[in-house]
Ligand binder design. Structure first.
Ligand SMILES: C[S@@+](CC[C@H](N)C(=O)[O-])C[C@H]1O[C@@H](n2cnc3c(N)ncnc32)[C@H](O)[C@@H]1O
Length: 297
């Protein structure tokens, strides 16, 4: 498959069979997502939104991941755990980072939802990448050791107790000297751990999505349903307290025994997850590297 790139956050053409993946989740999420996880509107529409409305954009930070994972690849560090993915976008970004320097990764993907797990199985098969997909609670992850753990916009969905459990589990499965490669939105202050969605921008984005679907040849009724499901997903927030401020993020890593190697805080850039948020209200994003102390395995 051809790999073309790439400005930050632009699609990596053709590495991800997004049409097929988006069609899969649109047709199957309502039977695969578990009601108690509350993810069905999100998982049913996320890939389709990326496909129809965002030009296939990958998660924010393509350049950062490509640089950091490319260096790991060239050092022979190929065992990667991808923790959480709304679809196969994060895994595609990881795979691309390795394949771009001619190295095959071994990818383990974890999410609690069967919809995104099945999309990730499809992607690994399509790319011929060795690995496994584990449909489970990320705080229970075992096995390894991994050379790298990659996560993207994930930690703020866990409350304080769960964050400690998650970081503890990651510390156990990461090889000594292994690295965590992370990208996360940061809350501006302690009070703002979640934010009520803005109904006006949700409505604008919904009608743009319906128009894009009709333009792509969808029957009007199905396009309207897509818009309604996506708008329902944008109207809720899965964020948990305490707010993931820069300080809380740094402290959480330190308390779990990780050494922070670098943290770059970026002005909000348009990304798949914030395009519906008015510019002045988008969150800053941290791209960070933390290491599990010890010799490189
Ligand atoms: C917002 S998404 C990740 C966003 C990421 N930027 C992307 O583009 O894929 C969060 C994911 O975490 C998963 N998740 C939430 N809690 C989890 C848990 N306890 N264990 C495993 N997965 C979990 C959800 O199913 C969802 O797919």
């Amino acid at each position: 498959m051809a790999i073309t790139t790439d400005q930050d956050n632009k699609p990596v053409a053709h590495i991800e069979p997004l049409e097929q993946l988006a069609r899969f989740s649109w047709e199957n999420a309502r039977s695969l997502c578990r009601p108690e996880d509350g993810c069905v509107d999100y998982h049913q529409t996320w890939s389709m939104v990326r496909l129809l409305q965002l030009g296939g954009a990958l998660p924010a930070g393509v350049e950062f991941f490509r640089r950091e994972l490319g260096a790991l690849a060239l050092a022979g560090k190929t065992r990667v755990l991808v923790s959480g993915g709304a679809d196969a976008g994060v895994t595609a970004m990881v795979a691309h980072s390795y394949l771009a320097v001619g190295v095959q990764p071994h990818i383990t993907f974890v999410d609690r939802c069967e919809t995104s797990c099945e999309q990730n199985r499809m992607l690994l098969r399509e790319l011929g990448i060795e690995g496994e997909v584990r449909c489970m609670d990320a705080t229970q992850i075992d096995g390894g050791p991994f050379d790298a753990i990659v996560w993207h916009s994930f930690l703020h969905f866990f409350d304080g107790v769960q964050r400690t459990l998650l970081l503890g589990a990651w510390g156990r499965v990461l090889a000594p000297g292994g690295v965590m490669v992370m990208s996360t939105p940061l809350a501006p202050n302690d009070a703002e751990w979640t934010r009520i969605a803005d109904p006006v921008s949700i409505e604008e984005r919904r009608s743009a999505l319906v128009a894009a679907a009709v333009h792509a040849g969808w029957p009007h009724q199905e396009a309207t349903e897509l818009g309604a499901r996506a708008a329902a997903a944008w109207s809720v927030s899965g964020r948990r307290a305490p707010a993931l401020t820069r300080q809380v993020f740094v402290d959480t890593l330190a308390q779990a025994g990780f050494e922070l190697r670098s943290i770059d805080i970026h002005e909000p850039i348009p990304s798949p997850s914030n395009l519906g948020t008015p510019v002045g209200k988008r969150r800053y994003r941290a791209e960070a590297i933390a290491v599990r102390p010890g010799a490189l395995s």
